[in-house]
Each structure stands twice: as C-alpha cells, then as structure tokens.
Design a protein around this ligand. Structure first.
Ligand code: PGA
Length: 317
C-alpha cells in the first residue's frame, strides 16, 4: 500500500468508527491489527494519531511509525475508583489465565485503590496469588525494610500482608545494600531468570517520571541508583516529617527495564498529573519526560480520571 493511501485509510477508519460505532473503544486498534498484521505500512509523516470514543469516557490513540505499529490505549474513567477497579480487573484476568504471572508493582498514592481492589478480589472472590511473582519498581536508598516510609513497608502494609503471594516470590530493591551496583545487576538478572515481567503497574510523577527515572534519565537505562529530582522530593515530602527527611537517592528499575515488560498499565488521577500525562502521551519521546518512552512500547494502557486527562489535546470525549 502506498504511504499516503495508508495515512488516508487510517484517518478514514477513525472517522467511520466515530460516526457509526461511537461506543466502541478499541475498534480502531482491532481493525488495524487485523488489517495490517505485521505488514506495517510506510507513511510519510512520523506518525498518524487517531482516536475513538470509549465507554463510559475513553479513547484510543493509535500511532503508526515507519518501523512498526505502535499503540497506546488511553482509557478515561469517571473517577479514581473506576480506574482502580478496571486496572485490578485486568490484573485479576492475567493472574487467573496464567497463575505464574510475573507482576511489576508500584508504590505511591496512585495504586492504593488498585491494591484495595486486589485484596477484595482475593478475600471475596478467591483470587489466588500463590504462584505469582512480584518485582517492585524502586526503593529509597538508606531506608530499612521496617522503616514506615520504605517501599518494603508500604507494600507489606498495603498489599502483601492481605494476599497470598509467597514471601520468596516478592522482590523489592534493597535500599540498605552495601553494594548497590552488584545489587542492581542481580535484580536485573532475577527479573530475567523469572521469565521477565508480564504486567507492569506504573504511576507517573508530576515531573513525568516512571519509577524514579527522573527527567534526563536515559530511555535505555537499567536498574541503578538515581538522584531524586527536587520536584519529586517536594511531592513526596507529604509522607515524611519534612522535605529534608526525604532520601535523595533511590534504587530504581530503569526505563529500559520497564519497557521490557510485556504489558504496561499506567494509572493517574488528579489535575496535578495532567501536564505529565499530556507530555507522556502526546509530547515528543524524550528523556525530559521519561513516561513518554511508553509511546515506544507495543502494549501500554493509561487509566486516567478526567482531571488527569484534562490536558490531552486529542480526546474527543
Ligand atoms: P503518587 O506517585 O502515586 O504518589 O502520585 C506517583 C509516582 O511518583 O510515580
């Protein structure tokens, strides 16, 4: 197919779907996948972006690059509870269909609702995590596992003590390691020897970071020690006695480590995340906003509330 024809076809599909099938959230991506398969059309521009209306509020952004078909799906739900429940349902489906699923997990305020829903699904519906393996994104350097602000403590308190992931299957970076370089290498090896991460959960920082990959981090980066940005320290000061008490370093999975996950879901809620979400989904792929690297991942879904989505330009909802 000629490149211009492909471009026109993509736009025509978008228009037709909006006209005749306004409630179908993923029709365009399904159509493109079934139409083009791995035979990706060349196009003149770097990318073509379309969108469709979803349920109850939603859209799909499809990008066609010169190398391959990329898709980032953006689902906008009415509130935080809805995005938490939808993300939890996706994880539950993954665990039910593959009990040995390897999950990548995040900390922060954002995934709390998701974790509460996973706990409910475990306790009320018998969702079984007994064969699941988990890898957390990051940990503050210098905080021991029993420190109330450590991510070890957070994960135990908010998820692990309520569900049945075996302790041996839980992996969180060690913020007190004496040899961070060796630890980071071994963390990467452990992820690889576990078969890689099937499903990675992410939040997003107000500076566009994913995990603690602050602006300027290489988009190829691997697990390492990172210096926290001033904005992140200010954002996270709410959990500590003061900003001065926030550790300035963290061990974090790299952007490259995250992009190796087979599927990625990013959750964001609240107006303070709107600029970062817009930069991640619609800005240039750049280390200035490390979440923008997700545009180069073949299977990423953003779950957003309307406030977090409010600066997206390409929505039609
Ligand atoms: P938050 O943090 O969920 O506490 O807003 C998100 C992040 O920094 O990745």
């Amino acid at each position: 197919m000629h490149s211009c024809e492909a471009t026109r076809l993509v736009l025509a599909i978008d228009s037709a779907i909006k006209q005749f099938w306004p409630t179908c959230r993923s029709a365009q991506s399904d159509f493109q996948a079934s139409t083009f398969g791995s035979d990706i059309p060349l196009i003149d521009s770097d990318k073509v972006t379309g969108h469709t209306q979803g349920e109850p509020i939603g859209l799909v952004i499809i990008e066609v690059s010169q190398e391959r078909l990329l898709s980032m799906e953006i689902i906008i739900q009415e509130n935080y509870t809805a995005i938490s429940q939808q993300a939890a349902a996706l994880i539950a489906d993954a665990v039910r269909s593959r009990p040995t699923t390897v999950l990548g997990l995040a900390t922060g305020s954002t995934p709390l609702g998701l974790y509460q829903e996973l706990i409910r699904l475990h306790q009320e519906d018998g969702l079984d995590f007994s064969q699941v393996t988990t890898f957390n994104l990051d940990e503050y350097v210098g905080l021991a596992a029993d420190h109330p602000q450590s991510y070890h403590y957070f994960m135990h308190d908010n998820l692990f003590r309520h569900i049945n992931v075996p302790a041996a299957n839980i992996h969180i970076p060690d913020g007190t390691t004496g040899d961070a370089r060796a630890f980071c290498e071994s963390y990467e090896q452990l992820i690889a020897s576990s078969g890689g991460i099937d499903l990675q959960v992410l939040g997003i920082g107000s500076d566009g970071h994913i995990a603690f990959n602050e602006p300027g981090s290489s988009l190829d980066s691997r697990t390492r020690v990172e210096t926290l940005a001033k904005q992140t320290i200010e954002d996270n000061a709410r959990f500590f006695a003061s900003a001065d008490a926030v550790p300035i370093h963290a061990i974090t999975m790299g952007v490259g480590t995250i992009l190796d996950a087979r599927k990625i879901i990013l959750l964001a809620n609240g107006a303070n995340k709107a600029p970062a979400v817009a930069a991640a989904a619609e800005g240039p792929v750049s280390s200035i906003c490390t979440a923008s690297a997700l545009q180069n991942h073949p299977d990423t879904i953003f779950f957003l509330d309307p406030e977090a989505a409010s600066q997206l330009q390409k929505t039609n909802g």
